[in-house]
Design a protein around this ligand. Structure first.
Ligand SMILES: Cc1cc2nc3c(=O)[nH]c(=O)nc-3n(C[C@H](O)[C@H](O)[C@H](O)COP(=O)(O)O)c2cc1C
Ligand code: SF4
Length: 662
């Protein structure tokens, strides 16, 4: 038992299985299958978290039926062909000392017809909240068919060596669509009173138990109150949980947050939601069950939070999904008293759900090895020939390459022209609610100190300085600079905005680094489809009590934030904070204090006055040194924004990739 986290690292019995601790890698969809089968990407992904100390892994959902297919990467759901492929994963996870279950899902009335090529099946044929379509009211025969689908999936799981299954009964999907008066309007034995509405899940559970026997875990993923008037209250949900629990039907309840109905962004809550979001509902479930274990999930994020929840009697297990995507060794590091070494998830959602919703396989902004464990099995690995590596620039790419190169045994010097590490990431950390980025920069600084990387701040390097250092390898991570010309995609032939050279024009960077204090009434030109330098700066200015008008060529503000489930939450903040948005509009010119706004559909122009124009346009690479060193004879690499202005995730990925080869 570990002194630092005694509750977290105490074992517990889950049905027939002894879990070595209380850390769960909860159900989620990494979307990694190849032709519907789990392959090397899945195997490496789950094995890494089991090797890193998690006690229970819940594998990506298996659709219960062809009408349940939701993603391109869904597993083949109606064939025994999957069994030998899953067996490789269950064996590997068991060998690492963890237990393994798999979720089974059917999202009922809200699916993805372009992936399933099927109508959505639901209790009463209500509308989908996922897209504009309707659903098909299941006949009794079809209900039996789907129950069979759940049971057959669980049968295959037992044959593949899983310790149990996790039935998806939360977020307003098929099982809880049967529970809810919003979606279940039936008047047969599947609708009406509570016992009728839970008949569907009861049948699934009892038939799985009959098929798979006593040594098979049956868990339920559930959520709290349904959003919206007329939905199920938390008490309604608790009544069902208590009913199922009183009959010993369920071995654990894993309590998530959010809903497909209207609270999608709470399902995988970003930094715009409070820490420990799921604790309150988990506590409520814990209060009514006697037999089952309760897992708390949703933004628990750290071993300290998990320990506190367990110590407070809120739950028996804690699921940390994104935290273990970011650092697969979270549990082992915490158990070893090295919690400060855990690479922190920054709750950005950019490459986990942000890739999943675009139907790519999941990865992670701070951990580019996520999803690549099969090709990058160890995070680093010592070098056979240590060299002196000079890293120029201390933004995300520079920090990552310095860290990994030093960990591999190279001697590393990192120079940064600013007085602090982080580059543009530090500016992002200063935007409202984005402070977790600062936690990541601090983690890098600590790791570099531990690894004895020589960090030289306030050091602007010239090509001559670099040559004089005579390092074996030079890595240019010099980032990018804001565009001051006001180039806009809406006017591709123009080099910039007429009037952008006036004194009353600045960039989002100037605002965030505090070098310029804009006037009261600000026009913010967003030419990056609402990406953080635009939306986050609008929030920052509004918080500082500026009147903000954001003008964008896009048809909706914050478009680029949709993938990370932060668009609606940011727009809500815009409404509440009085940020005006002018969409489908370009900025024709800026003369004196007058902006000419051009409607991009009609060409109509409107003149409006503002005190300051703030530009949030695509950056320009800071690549001067690359050019100057091209003929130097030195081994020089360039990565991240210095190659092309993009995201921190690409800089960190390129850094890790390069560091592995040095
Ligand atoms: C990419 C991604 C996909 C997810 N897919 C599922 C899913 O298929 N089933 C499920 O029950 N939860 C799913 N979740 C929700 C997680 O189980 C968890 O509730 C959520 O990530 C919040 O927990 P965390 O803060 O520890 O990440 C998903 C989460 C992520 C990040
Ligand atoms: S992409 Fe962002 S939110 Fe997702 S796991 Fe990585 S750091 Fe966390």
């Amino acid at each position: 038992m570990t002194k630092a986290f005694p509750k977290l690292f105490s074992p517990i019995k889950l049905r027939h299985v002894e879990l070595r601790n209380r850390v769960v890698f909860g159900a989620h969809t990494p979307n990694m299958s190849e032709l519907g089968l789990p392959g090397r990407r899945h195997l490496g992904y789950y094995r890494a978290r089991a090797r890193g100390g998690a006690a229970l892994i819940v594998v990506e959902p298996m659709p219960a039926h062809p009408t349940a297919i939701l993603t391109r990467g869904n597993f083949i759901c109606d064939s025994d062909d999957v069994i030998p492929h899953f067996r490789k994963i269950t064996d590997a996870v068991h060998d690492e000392g963890a237990a393994i279950c798999q979720q089974i899902y059917h999202v009922g009335g809200h699916g993805d017809q372009d992936n399933s090529w099927n109508p959505y099946w639901s209790p009463s044929g209500r509308v989908s909240f996922h897209d504009p379509w309707g659903s098909h009211a299941m006949s009794e025969g079809e209900i039996e068919e789907v129950i069979d689908g759940f049971v057959m999936a669980a049968g295959r799981m037992a044959a593949a060596g899983f310790d149990g299954c996790d039935l998806f009964a939360g977020y307003n999907c098929l099982i809880d669509q049967f529970w809810s008066p919003v979606t279940n309007r039936r008047d047969d034995k599947w609708g009406g009173g509570m016992e009728n509405r839970i008949r569907f899940v009861r049948e699934i559970i009892t038939r799985i138990r009959a098929l798979n026997g006593e040594n098979f875990i049956i868990g339920l993923t559930v959520t709290g109150a349904e959003p919206g008037a007329g939905g199920m209250t938390l008490d309604d949900k608790l009544e069902i949980a208590a009913w199922l629990d009183g009959r010993g039907l369920v071995d654990y309840f894993s309590v998530g947050t959010g809903s497909y109905l209207t609270e999608f962004s709470r399902i995988i809550p970003s930094f715009q939601h409070p820490m420990n979001l799921g604790i309150a509902d988990a506590h409520a479930y814990k209060g009514v069950v006697r037999h089952a274990l309760v897992t708390a999930e949703s933004r628990i994020k750290t071993p300290a939070n998990a320990e506190q929840a367990l110590a407070d009697g809120i739950c028996d297990l804690t699921s940390l999904v994104r935290a273990q995507i970011a650092d697969p060794c979270l549990a082992d590091k915490a158990a070893a008293g090295r919690a400060e070494d855990i690479r922190p998830c920054i709750s950005c959602n950019q490459l986990c759900i942000g890739r999943r919703v675009r139907d790519y396989w999941l990865s992670c902004l701070v951990n580019p090895a996520a999803g690549r464990e099969w090709e990058w099995p160890d995070e680093t690995g010592p070098t056979a020939s240590p060299r002196h590596i000079l890293v120029v620039g201390g933004g995300p790419g520079g920090l990552e390459i310095a860290r990994v190169a030093a960990e591999r045994g190279h001697r590393v010097t990192l120079t940064e022209r600013q007085s602090e590490l982080g580059g543009q990431f530090r500016l992002a950390a200063g935007q409202p609610e984005r402070g977790e980025i600062g936690g990541l920069i601090n983690w890098y600084a600590q790791q570099l100190a531990k690894l004895r990387v020589r960090v030289r701040l306030r050091t602007e390097m010239t090509a001559r300085d670099i040559a004089a250092m005579a390092a074996d390898v030079v890595v240019l991570c010099t980032g990018s600079r804001p565009d001051r010309a006001g180039y806009m995609r809406a006017f591709p032939g123009r080099d910039g905005l007429p009037g952008a050279d006036q004194d009353n024009v600045c960039t989002a960077h100037d605002v965030l680094d505090g070098s310029i204090l804009p006037g009261t009434n600000v026009l913010l030109l967003d030419d990056i489809n609402g990406w953080w330098p635009a939306s986050g700066t609008a929030l920052h200015l509004a918080e500082q009590r500026h009147m903000v008008t954001l003008v964008t060529a896009a048809d909706v503000p914050c478009g680029q934030l949709e993938y990370s489930q932060t668009a609606d939450t940011t727009r809500r903040r815009f409404w509440k904070m009085g940020v005006e948005t002018v969409v489908s509009t370009g900025l024709g010119s800026w003369r004196g204090n007058t902006a000419t706004l051009v409607n991009l559909y009609t060409g109509d122009e409107e003149q409006r006055d503002f005190d300051t124009l703030v530009l949030a346009c695509t950056n320009t690479p800071e690549d001067r040194l690359s050019g100057e060193l091209a003929e130097s004879g030195l081994e020089v690499h360039t990565l991240g924004d210095a190659l092309a202005a993009r995201t921190a995730s690409m800089a960190i990925y390129e850094a890790r990739k390069l560091a592995r080869t040095l």
